[in-house]
Design a protein around this ligand. Structure first.
Ligand SMILES: Cc1cc2nc3c(=O)[nH]c(=O)nc-3n(C[C@H](O)[C@H](O)[C@H](O)COP(=O)(O)O)c2cc1C
Length: 164
């Protein structure tokens, strides 16, 4: 089985998750989305993106447009909690981007939010939907240590399940 792992990553979180998958599946080919090959010759594609405004980031979306009638396993990192409604909806939105494909499995975990974005959100007025309230500050702090060793272990177990 020919397997491709593609990731889009701005600050490295999704890249490190993709590398954990690659360690589990050494025969699979691993590429940054910027250098990814034509996906049509692969039997299975692991498609990694970071969540940007509730869906796959732009780099990932450009590549997703090339996926036609393929078997895909999607994985993402995000600032919100992985068991949140926002995480579920974000993955649903990614699945909708590939209507001709069979999405066989999905994985999501938290990823540290860039300090620049946090700084910007901390400056927002109190009534802004992304303003820094206590719950949000806790989530940012919780995200800071992710992806961690447990996430890497989880994604390796997940990747093995996908191929078996
Ligand atoms: C511009 C921008 C938009 C983001 N939008 C969301 C979002 O809608 N939901 C969320 O949970 N996290 C969001 N995040 C957080 C990132 O998805 C998260 O930090 C991710 O792990 C970054 O992955 P990367 O290191 O691979 O780039 C956003 C981050 C940035 C910079």
């Amino acid at each position: 089985m020919k397997i491709l792992i593609v990731y889009s990553s701005k600050t490295g979180n999704t890249q490190r998750v993709a590398e954990a998958i690659s360690r589990q599946l050494p025969a699979a080919e691993l590429f940054d989305v910027k250098r990814a090959p034509d996906p049509s010759g692969y039997d299975l594609i692991f498609m990694g993106s970071w969540i940007d405004k509730g869906t796959a980031d732009k780099g990932a979306r450009t590549f997703i447009e090339k996926l036609k009638n393929q078997r895909v396993a999607i994985f993402s990192t995000l600032g919100a909690y992985p068991d949140s409604e926002h995480a579920t909806k974000s993955l649903d939105a990614i699945v909708e981007l590939m209507p001709t494909c069979e999405v066989v499995e999905r994985f999501i975990c938290q990823g540290a939010i860039s300090p620049k974005l946090i700084k910007w959100m901390k400056m927002l007025p109190k009534n802004h939907p992304h303003a820094a309230d206590a719950a949000r500050k806790k989530r940012w702090a919780d995200a800071e240590s992710h992806p961690n060793e447990e996430d890497f272990k989880n994604v390796r177990v997940w990747a093995e399940k996908v191929v078996s």
